[in-house]
Design a protein around this ligand. Structure first.
Ligand SMILES: [Zn+2]
Length: 337
């Protein structure tokens, strides 16, 4: 049996200290901007025998099935990846380079963890001890740094897959700079990969905080989380927090303190986490968006974080909400402790 060992040397190119160990943050890849200036050079890099390929199917990644020593992304040498898939990938992007300068490339194929992929024969996957894994689930199995790589690959390829045509004139667009932009073949308009900013905040008042249950996913899981919403145009992060909390909970918010951010590649959000101060306390929730919104005592929140509460369930550590709630409950939330 061919036992493929996918470890690659990426180095540590994340340019800042990682304040909070968020899943999908901490990507160590050198994105190699200086190598993305000439389209034919980029093409050569992406088709180089030295390239390491990360295959995704329907934006779900290939991971190793081995749990020993640990599960990892299923990087394949370029030659192996090419003989492995039945057809050329629908979409590929240059993620960056390893510490030895080897190109790191992501391919997206048809299919998904749920449906499988007709381009990846199951017998070959078994032979290489690889499997296609749901992106959320795989993020809980692979290393923190690799979740950052997965976020980059998934968000970028996802954006390219839905931006094949120019929003200005309707002509086809083509990838440029290995994935950093698209250019229209008709009007030459340049289109850049989108990241959607979402504010998420724990509203506090003394020893209580507000957690809510939005209609849909959270409600189905009977889970309460920090209030969140997309930022509008022409508003600051603090203003978006005050507007969202007013809309969802009917609470007036004063001071807002930034905590940290989390890339969230479903499909390409940036969660902007904060703690905020309630100026009023009577909740008047938005019945359309929210199933429930309430004040919770710190004691109950601490029990929920330890999964010992009978009344309250909160999101796990994969979500920034968990860390915002925990920071407040354990007295680490700056001025809002
Ligand atoms: Zn155009």
């Amino acid at each position: 049996m061919f036992g493929y060992h996918p470890k690659i040397s990426i180095g540590a190119h994340n340019l800042s200290q990682q304040e909070t160990p968020h899943t999908f943050a901490g990507n160590p890849i050198d994105r190699a901007d200086q190598l993305r200036r000439d389209e034919s050079d980029i093409h050569d890099l992406m088709h180089s025998p030295n390239a390491r390929i990360l295959i995704l199917a329907g934006l779900d990644p290939l991971i190793t099935t081995s749990r020993n020593p640990s599960t990892a992304l299923g990087w394949l040498p370029y030659g192996k990846a090419k003989e492995f898939v039945n057809a050329e990938p629908n979409l590929s992007a240059l993620l960056g380079v390893t510490s030895e300068g080897n190109p790191l490339v992501a391919w997206n194929l048809n299919g998904s963890a749920r449906s499988g992929s007709d381009q990846l024969p199951q017998s070959d996957l078994d032979q290489l001890n690889l499997e296609i894994c749901d992106a959320r689930e795989s993020a809980m199995l692979i290393s923190g740094e690799e979740t950052g790589i997965l976020a980059q690959a998934r968000a970028n390829l996802g954006w390219h897959s839905t931006h094949q045509f120019c929003a200005r004139c309707g002509d086809p667009t083509e990838m440029r700079r290995g994935g950093l932009m698209r250019e229209c073949v008709g009007c030459s308009a340049q289109h850049f990969p989108r990241t959607d900013p979402v504010i998420i905040t724990v509203v506090t008042h003394g020893d209580r905080c507000i957690l809510g249950q939005s209609a849909g996913r959270l409600s189905a899981m009977k889970m309460y989380s920090a209030l969140a919403g997309f930022m509008d145009h022409g508003e600051s992060m603090e203003e978006a927090v005050r507007r969202e909390v007013w809309e969802e909970a009917g609470i007036r918010v004063g001071r807002v303190q930034y905590h940290s951010t989390q890339p969230w590649p479903f499909p390409s959000s940036l969660m902007i986490g904060s703690h905020s101060e309630a100026l009023t306390t009577d909740i008047n929730k938005d019945d359309f968006e929210m199933t429930d919104v309430r004040w919770w005592d710190r004691e109950e929140v601490l029990l929920a974080l330890a999964e010992k509460s009978e009344n309250l369930r909160v999101p796990g550590p994969i979500a920034i909400a968990h860390h915002l709630i925990k920071a407040w409950a354990t007295g680490q939330a700056g001025i809002f402790v």
